[in-house]
Design a protein around this ligand. Sequence first.
Ligand code: AMP
Ligand code: GLY
Length: 421
Amino acid sequence: MKILIVGSGGREHVLAWKCAKSPRVEKIYCAPGNAGIAQIAETVPLQPDQFEELADFAAEHGIGLTIIGMDDPLVGGIVDVFEQRGLRVFGPRKNAAILEGSKAFSKELMKKYKIPTAAFETFTDLAAAKEWLKKEARFPVVLKASGLALGKGVLICENLEAALDGAETIMGRKKFGQAGDEMVIEEFLTGKEVSVLSFVDGTHILEMSSAQDYKRAGDGDTGLNTGGMGNISPNPYYTEEIRRYCQEKIFQPTVDAMKAEGREFKGVIFFGLMLTEDGPKVLEYNCRFGDPEAQVVLPRMENDLIDVLEACIDGTLDRIDLTFCKDPCVCVVLASEGYPVAYEKGKVIHGLDAFSGKQDRFCFHAGTANKDGEIVTNGGRVLGITALGHDLEEARAKAYEAAGWVDFEGKYSRSDIAIIR
Ligand code: AMP
Ligand code: GLY
């Protein structure tokens, strides 16, 4: 079968790498891809928002399955375009991708179906939001742009002054663009965070092994929120007892709720959870694999990915037995100095050859490009250095050792990924 992957990050690299392991796959294309993906797939110069052109490509090249890695095209309805053309595609339709595309929608859904989440209010009017903050809010309070904002549209405000300014930032100054046309104001929760990715076929849900994201830019969870500076799987705080609770109160109820709303979800639901004193609560839903969650979860997955993705499309996930190896996995992101704000691109990356032939360490490319015969940096997050080990300590040591094999000007990583506090 021929596969087309849409996206260009570390998540799409690990998806391509996992597809390449399937004996069912004869060729992989990726649009637009990156320099690492280009080593295992043919890259296609089309952007993720070119839905019709991508569908033309899939039709003309006899693609048997297109996998949409990123949130933007899913929320924009790329799956509907492919389906209307009779093309096989993995991911939720537009009316289901709203689970990530609108936090106002997902919060109302959770309220209606009694899925545990932080208490909240939604606003489309800035003055009304400010009024509520003055009269009702308890601090700290969390402000969220309702739409997609690259994981950056969340502001935690310690006091009224900061909250009023935050509301201006989101709804007035539109720092996150249209994502701020609507705003969710939410109760501040505390606890350990867990990422759970799951396969969903409209009716059934199969969770993958859990993961833990390191969202902040700096050591000790300081600095700005990023797309993720590292990840580990499994998540040490996610016990069997917590898992059972989530299955009963969160995972299946979410799938059932979407179906009841006429928004049958097929694809990956990523549950961002907070383990609070009152039990696990949903912080957010995403409608796709996490990045870098995918980099630590997929290397541990023993199934043929294509079998599982097809079962999601066909509604036969109940026939799949999902298994993961016991070895933990650690991913350390090498970023460009200055990320997530301003950073330079085009720096030559040295040392990548050290990974060739390694079975327990992988270098997944995120923001890289080929330029004049060399591989150069081309984004904030550049590489995801990933290692498996017999235990977390070993996986961590291997990942950091391998992170030292590569070098580029402005290379930056957190030093505390996989240190459990
Ligand atoms: P989100 O994009 O909604 O997952 O939010 C990004 C990050 O902001 C989360 O991973 C949390 O670290 C933090 N966050 C979001 N919502 C809350 C909340 N209600 N209470 C505390 N922290 C939150
Ligand atoms: N690492 C978090 C995300 O993919 O949204």
